[in-house]
Ligand binder design. Structure first.
Ligand SMILES: [Zn+2]
Length: 70
């Protein structure tokens, strides 16, 4: 990764966007790699194919839960 020397981290507004519902990881506003669903739940999400993220795990569990609660 190439770092920009002109980038001033102290002046930029970095806020904690949320906490991953699955792994409790802090998700920062200036970093990608996370997703928020309609319920305002935050999850790690790499947006890469073939990478199992917390969001994938959430969808898997949600699907299983729906099948159990039909
Ligand atoms: Zn996570």
């Amino acid at each position: 990764m190439v770092s920009k020397k002109t980038w001033n981290k102290a002046r930029s507004k970095v806020i904690k966007a949320g906490i991953c519902t699955m792994c409790d990881k802090a998700l920062m506003s200036n970093e990608g790699g996370w997703i928020v669903n309609a319920n305002k739940d935050y999850f790690c999400e790499s947006h890469k194919a073939n990478f199992f993220s917390c969001f994938d795990e959430y969808l898997k569990q949600l699907k299983q839960w729906k099948e159990l609660n039909r």
